[in-house]
Design a protein around this ligand. Sequence first.
Ligand SMILES: [Zn+2]
Length: 313
Amino acid sequence: MTAAVEVVAGVDIGGTTTQVVLCAADLGVIDRLGVPTPAAEGGAAMVGAALDALRRLLDRTPCRLLGVGVGAAGVVDARAGRILVASDSFRDWAGFPVTATVEEALGVPASLDNDVNAFLRGEVARGAVAGERHVLGMTLGTGVGGALWLDGALYDGPNGAAGEIGHVPGFGGLRCTCGGHGHLETLASGRSIAARYAERTGRSGARFTARGVAEAAALGDADALAVYEAAGAAVARAILVAAGLLDVTTFVIGGGVSRAWALLEPSLRRTLTAEPPVSGHPVRVLPAALGDDAVAVGAASRVRAGLDRVTRA
Ligand SMILES: [Zn+2]
């Protein structure tokens, strides 16, 4: 009889899809499954759907589960393993004890992370910035998220909000979803790209998506190109602020908007070249490499690190 492969699982509970992966010791993905997130049915249903998907993976892949890492949108209390603040699209999610529920159901250790932090952990563990010691990660999704990896560890700050680059001011005067003005998010999020395009084309009533604007840009639509150009330049300025403040020179950009990398990159590179950081060290900006697996792999890497600490102690 051969010993079963030991795995950790990673779970990414997103607004529409829950992605579950099984990872080997090197965090390589052995198997994966995406299922719809029952966000309107409450926390128990959401974690239940993730556990069902995980059980299906365990049924078809003979292995021994050592732990489960969860990444979730919103403000989380990683230490207590609980969701603190969730968006309106999630019902009964704030306050939900995620790690306790998973540990009780499966009898293995669980961890919880904010999804942007988990994204960065994933890209540092196995992705575009594998093995880097200092990285700022940005996700250009519905909103703009950010996370910091300093001296080889996630730095989340005294209030858990370090790296929130999407909501720093200095990017014009438009109103942000958070209530502030002139934040990076007003130019570089998926929602903003759609809104800025609607404004430029005088079709404020129309429902655009960032992907639709990217398709128009690819066909040479000047307004669509201008919106992506403004987004790329804004991301570059945010990168320069972070590089100047923290002496971080490696950046990884993920999220749905980053799939239009060819549209963002020219203005991003131009802005970086025009205003190089005062340190004189070149800035490296990379598109994320793990795609839909990044958050789940990052969550798995966190629970894996916890197991390694226990083994060594
Ligand atoms: Zn904001």
